[in-house]
Design a protein around this ligand. Sequence first.
Ligand SMILES: C[S@@+](CC[C@H](N)C(=O)[O-])C[C@H]1O[C@@H](n2cnc3c(N)ncnc32)[C@H](O)[C@@H]1O
Length: 313
Amino acid sequence: MTRRNYLYSFNYDIHNSNLSKLVSRQLFNEDEKNKVLLSNKRVDLLISPFIKNRIEIITVSKSYSELIQKIKHEKIKIEAFNVEYVILEGDSTEFSNRKRKLRDVGFSIEGTPNFKTPTITYSICFYNNTWYFGILSKHKVDWYKKKKKPYSFSNSIGMDIAKTLISIATEENKSIKLLDVCCGVGTIMLEACASGFNIDGCDINPKRCEQTNKNLDFYGYSSTVYSSDIKNLNKKYDAAIIDLPYNMYSYSNDLATANIIKSTAKVANRVIIVSIADIKSSIKNAGLVIQDYCTAEKRGKSGSVRNIWVCMK
Ligand SMILES: C[S@@+](CC[C@H](N)C(=O)[O-])C[C@H]1O[C@@H](n2cnc3c(N)ncnc32)[C@H](O)[C@@H]1O
């Protein structure tokens, strides 16, 4: 068995399955399977809305009794610890049995447990005929609070997609300079600022720029928003995200779309694009190469499928 340092568990509904797999490919270089991924790469849980838990693996075993022996062998001495059982796909261990196992693990650690305010939380789980024990980190969902931003419009991108685009564009690198090309009311910018990324915005519509600025102010973020057609922007960025106009609240046609992509390719090497239409030829004509692709459905809106294109120069 190849030893991996981390076990990640994912959580998403059917609409976000493709999106979650795209993040997994981009961040870990492999697809998660059954909402579980074993990797040597440590990623910040806040990078993706779909990563639920990270277990830093301390020990593993095919046999449960051997796992308990191995935990005892670690001679862990700690006050105020907690142990949680993480249920993964394929684990049919019943509640009473899970509780017993938590007790076994608790008695294998020296110290007093604290369930309410633990200093550390350990976890056991069973996946693919193997028992795992390690340190548990859980995704905190406080970024959802930003759903209540002062300005929104029905064409705004979903929070899950926004967060995903940022993780793919930045690949977790906090030092890169990002651009939200068609920023609208700034959904992507707010997500990026909340996660500590450096981002500028740009929109051809001054009203949208004003709304983005008010949304940024509301959360105390200071980012620059250019009230401009992207073709007139002269700055350089490491990566750009384009949520293309859909010809609903802002006019668009194939030529306008092609021009936005071409202008963006001039200012950034890595470009992540969201579109309703098939834009393969515009991407190619802009001198970009499609590195990865998926579709994402917007929840609650039948027929609203968006294409996510991961492009490089
Ligand atoms: C689908 S909306 C983006 C929504 C945005 N992601 C949000 O969540 O609010 C597309 C935006 O592209 C802007 N836009 C259209 N053509 C543009 C251009 N040439 N340069 C910059 N922005 C443009 C529109 O004004 C519109 O706000």
